[in-house]
Ligand binder design. Sequence first.
Ligand SMILES: Cc1ncc(C[n+]2csc(CCOP(=O)(O)OP(=O)(O)O)c2C)c(N)n1
Ligand code: SF4
Length: 286
Amino acid sequence: MTVTIEDYHGEETAWCQGCGNFGILSALKKALVELQIPPYEVLIVSGIGQAGKLPHYMKCNTFNGLHGRTLPVATAAKLVNNHLNVFAVGGDGDGYAEGGNHFMHTIRRNPNIKYLVHNNQIYALTKGQASPTSDVGFVTKTTPGGVTAKQLNPIALAVTLGATFVARSFSGDIPHLVQTIKAAVQHRGFAYIDILQPCVTFNHLNTYSWYLKRIYKLENEHHNTSDIEAAYRKAHEWGDRIPIGIFYQNQQQPTYEEQFPVIKEQPLVKQPIDPKQYEKLIQDFL
Ligand SMILES: Cc1ncc(C[n+]2csc(CCOP(=O)(O)OP(=O)(O)O)c2C)c(N)n1
Ligand code: SF4
């Protein structure tokens, strides 16, 4: 049976008109349809935030958990059912502040999950406080005198930690985002995409036109995605020129789940359970 966009149609959205999240929702659906992946083979995990609401607007398996705890939940789900296409989604606050620790350790483990960060450079659900990716000098409710802390560079961090797929895209360029998500899905291992996502209500600095003036595509500059040093150099471009595209890719690393012989034959979820195996364990707790 052919998979269509309607198959993924979820609840009505509660995002503001013009929000960059719409581009991400639409691109994710398009990528899944172009790859002909049916909804029952997809799980989308999120935490809390405007970005964290995305699974509500999709019809497939979803899990909405705690703020900043998206990646460990997604990793666990992948271990339990390694045949599922597992996506983790969340904001820059969720992923780089509350969940920063998990970002680091998921990169080390390299599970075959896909991580889409809606990077609007602000905390949107809690009405506009500074986030780790807010520009220096940006005036917000928590930084009335302007942000003084140095901006986090998540792309450079991911490259440095040895992430096996590191990309950036823009929610205002749906074809580019669809292409990048498809490449992430086809990657064997942890695929991370930082998606520049204008928040039209609380971020009046990093607007669509602000990004459009600066963004250029790595693929138009013959960037070599297997050259980690070139990726690191490109990761440090932020200002007048902002690169989007795949910075780095390496498919030579084993995935996390490949290292568990118990799920080699079939997913844990499909393996028979013999209650007798647990008798001793239960006795120990009684
Ligand atoms: C542990 C914890 N800390 C703080 C909060 C409050 N909180 C809820 S959403 C949010 C910010 C969300 O911002 P972001 O992750 O960037 O997502 P966005 O809303 O911008 O998409 C915060 C701080 C919370 N729910 N849990
Ligand atoms: S507050 Fe910002 S991120 Fe949230 S829905 Fe509105 S525009 Fe989008």
